[in-house]
Ligand binder design. Structure first.
Ligand code: SF4
Length: 419
């Protein structure tokens, strides 16, 4: 399968700010959303709306089809649902998509959406980022699970943003619905002219929970959302094509495998506790030996279902050949593959990306040791959509406002400021 490249030379194509197609206000300010409910919860909602118990299963299947196969976001489009039931559902529930604050398209075709959700107790609307990465033969959607993050991994931009709240299961699922809308991946919606997408097969072939937040700190909502995304009468995403990435919340790792059956990725980045305590501070609570034990016990892992270990390449920090050797030694006995990620810088970041030669030397060593370790080509760097670069737009703005005010203050103090 190849990637369609109908656009002008992508190297010269500018970043595109696309207008939002959806309502400008955030959907369902006060109403609960039917999106992201489990089948049982959706059945309860229908019964509450007056559907007789004996029709519960049939009506649930009907709605499920409209929501996840047809992708409708308006009750009035549900042609085979009675007008009366549609009206009752619309009174109490919403199925609207989140507001799109911005949609940016990178020169390499990566798309980043800044999405706004209602406050739901957080005091103000919240924003998160979702990223679509088209590649040869696949399209990966990187989904967020929290607004901000409590963890403070020092190489990660999200880690500089405090946690505002967990996303609901509906908000997690609706990132996928919205991406499918915008990519034309539902019936009756066309793919935008010139979009870079896989030329055959599903436009979103893989989902990774590697966006903002630590998914295992939002366990229940993530489990429910993954149940919806993998339901084979709806969005129908194979569990083998869904990857949950954790920084190492050890007590929840095995349970996550049991309850979701999805693939596991570990945000590893260091081969000794001293350095990992600094890069991924949750390591102080759950050190490497505990983390690796949890990986050994991850349900269903095998050579055909390997655990991915993500390793960001930081110049002179974790990129020596000695580190590569220790990495290989450390992963012995675990069905593993290693993803080497060239560090993606962000404003204020403390690290530099390793030199390319060094990344290749490191990759050669781990490859020869039997770990498939593709170097993840940086994608979407120009729109801050690459690994570790996500941060909500409002936070970015606040930060740059603070920086502007600080510069103005310095100018004023030095007598150079304008009156
Ligand atoms: S890497 Fe993940 S867990 Fe760590 S700060 Fe970033 S979003 Fe949070």
């Amino acid at each position: 399968m190849s990637v369609s490249l109908d656009l002008a030379d992508p190297k010269t194509r500018p970043v595109v700010e696309a207008p939002a197609l959806h309502p400008v206000r955030a959907g369902g300010e006060d109403k609960p959303s039917l999106i992201g409910m489990s089948r049982d919860e959706l059945g309860d909602a229908l019964v509450n709306a007056g559907v007789p118990e004996k029709q519960r299963r049939m009506r649930t299947a009907q709605l499920w089809h409209w929501l996840y196969v047809r992708g409708v976001s308006d009750f009035s489009h549900m042609a085979n649902v009675s007008k009366d039931l549609r009206a009752r559902l619309a009174e109490d529930y919403t199925i609207e998509r989140p507001e799109i604050v911005t949609e940016q398209i990178s020169v390499d075709g990566t798309r980043k959406w800044v999405l706004r959700f209602p406050p739901r107790g957080a005091g103000r609307p919240v924003e998160i980022e979702t990223v679509y990465i088209p590649e040869e033969g696949r399209g990966t959607l990187c989904v967020s699970s929290q607004v901000g993050c409590t963890l403070t991994c020092t190489f990660c931009h999200t880690g500089t943003q405090r946690l505002v709240r967990n996303l609901t299961s509906g908000e997690i699922v609706s990132q996928m619905l919205l991406a499918r809308d915008r990519l034309g991946d539902f019936p009756d919606i066309d793919t935008p002219a010139g979009a870079i997408v896989p030329s055959a097969g599903r436009l979103i072939s893989n989902v990774v929970l590697m966006g903002m937040g630590e998914p295992l700190y939002n366990f229940d909502n993530v489990v429910t959302a993954l149940g919806v995304i993998s339901d084979n009468e709806g969005l129908s995403m194979s569990r083998r094509r869904i990857t949950l990435s954790t920084s190492g919340v050890v007590p929840e790792i095995v349970r996550a495998g049991e309850e979701t059956g999805v693939m596991l990725a570990i945000s590893l980045h260091a081969v000794n506790d001293e350095l990992r305590n600094e890069l991924v501070p949750i390591n102080k609570k759950y050190p490497l030996d505990q983390l690796l034990d949890a990986c050994r016990n991850y349900p269903g892992s095998s050579n055909a279902r390997r655990i991915t270990f993500e390793y960001v390449m930081l110049k002179d920090v974790n990129d020596s050949l000695e580190d590569a050797k220790n990495l290989v030694r450390m992963l012995q006995g675990i069905p593993a593959k290693i993803n080497l990620i060239p560090f993606n810088p962000w404003p204020g970041s403390l690290y530099e990306c390793s030199d390319w030669d060094q990344i290749e030397r490191f990759a050669d060593y781990v490859n020869q040791a039997g770990y498939a370790s593709p170097i993840r080509t940086p994608r979407g760097r120009d729109i801050f959509a690459a690994c570790g670069q996500l941060k909500s737009e409002s936070e970015r703005m606040r930060k740059s406002d603070r920086e502007r005010m600080e510069s103005a203050r310095i100018l004023e103090l030095s007598g150079n400021g304008e009156a």
